[in-house]
Each structure stands twice: as structure tokens, then as C-alpha cells.
Design a protein around this ligand. Structure first.
Ligand code: AR6
Length: 169
């Protein structure tokens, strides 16, 4: 059953030894607060140096870099939508973040991937809606990518964990 590849963990995403961790970045790709800040701190300054060569990233798209000092081999940086009430294509744009991230993972043959709850912090996206999108897009990706072994959803708050548990039911 494909659902089995999904795992929920409550930890700092920068501690995970997976093929790739996903960064909830902003369109500059030059760092910020939240999970973005934590990833840049843990990866070290070489990550910022590589990010500077990427010329930013539009909302809903994704770009890959090396992981540098992280235990993860790579980082896929994606830019989630800012929640503006729900009538500005937010759900579509967030789904695209997951799709574009999985596209890169497939091209690079990455088998284990860890996601933060993209857009649900500083960008204000309701976590219950976001968790449903994350789970739905992961189930679709799991059917399309035969070598995908594990998708970890990092639940940094108890509310986030509850939202993912509900979405998985
Ligand atoms: N590990 C895992 N999850 C984390 C960590 C961590 N170390 N730290 C925070 N979270 P946010 P956004 C969770 O705000 O909403 C940045 O400044 C957090 O609890 O990091 O997409 C960027 O540069 C929440 O559940 O990302 C952008 O400007 C989730 O990660 C902007 O924030 C996402 O919260 C992006 O906002």
C-alpha cells in the first residue's frame, strides 16, 4: 500500500539523513526565517553561495542545490504561496510546489525526501488544508515514481501533526 511510504516525524528537518530535504523558501532564495533560516544555518555559507547563482525562484516552482554540511545530500528549495484569503489560487500554487519538487526528485533519482509544512508558518496557509494537499500530491507521486521509498512530513508543532494525521485518514 503506497500510503506506507509516508511517515510523520516531530523533529528539526535539518537533522534528517535523507536524500533530500525541502526548503520552504522565499522567491529570492537568499535565506530567511523559519525552516529556511534553520536550513541555511545548518548547511553553512556555501549553500547561500550556490543559491546566489540560481537567480531566485517564482512562487510554486522549485530548484535544487547540494546539502553541504547537512546530513541530507540535497536541498530542493520551493516557494509556497502567501495565504491571501483563499481566492488567489493558493491551493493550486501549493499543490504545484509539491508537484515540482517531486519532478526534480524523480529526475535526480532521489528515493527519500523530507518536507516541512510549506507555507503554514510565516506565509499563513491554514495547516489543515495544506496537509491535505501535501498528502494528496504525495500519493499521486508515489504512484508515478516507482523508486520513491520514503516521504517524511516534518511536523514542527503539535497542530501540524494533528493536521497530517487527519489528512492521512
Ligand atoms: N524543521 C522543520 N520544520 C520547521 C522548522 C525546522 N527547523 N522551523 C520551522 N518549521 P515557515 P513558510 C515549520 O515560516 O510559511 C521564511 O522566512 C514551521 O513550524 O518556515 O513557507 C522564508 O524565507 C511551519 O510548520 O515557512 C519565507 O520568507 C513550517 O515549517 C517564509 O518564511 C513552515 O513555516 C516562508 O514561509
Amino acid at each position: 500500500m503506497k500510503k506506507k511510504i509516508i511517515k510523520l516525524v516531530e523533529t528539526d528537518i535539518t537533522t534528517l539523513s535523507v536524500d533530500v530535504i525541502v526548503n520552504a523558501a522565499n522567491s529570492s532564495l537568499l535565506g530567511g526565517g523559519g525552516v529556511d533560516g534553520a536550513i541555511h544555518r545548518a548547511a553553512g555559507p556555501e549553500l547561500l553561495t550556490e543559491c546566489r547563482t540560481l537567480n531566485g525562484c517564482p512562487t510554486s516552482e522549485a530548484k535544487i542545490t547540494k546539502g553541504y554540511k547537512l546530513p541530507a545530500r540535497f536541498v530542493i528549495h520551493t516557494v509556497g504561496p502567501i495565504w491571501r484569503g483563499g481566492n488567489h489560487e493558493e491551493t493550486h500554487l501549493l499543490a504545484e510546489c509539491y508537484r515540482n519538487t517531486f519532478k526534480i526528485a524523480q529526475t535526480q533519482h532521489l528515493e527519500t525526501i523530507a518536507f516541512p509544512a510549506i507555507s503554514t508558518g510565516a506565509y499563513g496557509f491554514p495547516v489543515k488544508v495544506a496537509a491535505k494537499i501535501a498528502v494528496r500530491e504525495t500519493m499521486i507521486a508515489a504512484m508515478q515514481i516507482p523508486f520513491l521509498k520514503q516521504v517524511i512530513f516534518v511536523c514542527f508543532t503539535p497542530e501540524t501533526r494533528e493536521a497530517y494525521e487527519e489528512a492521512l485518514q
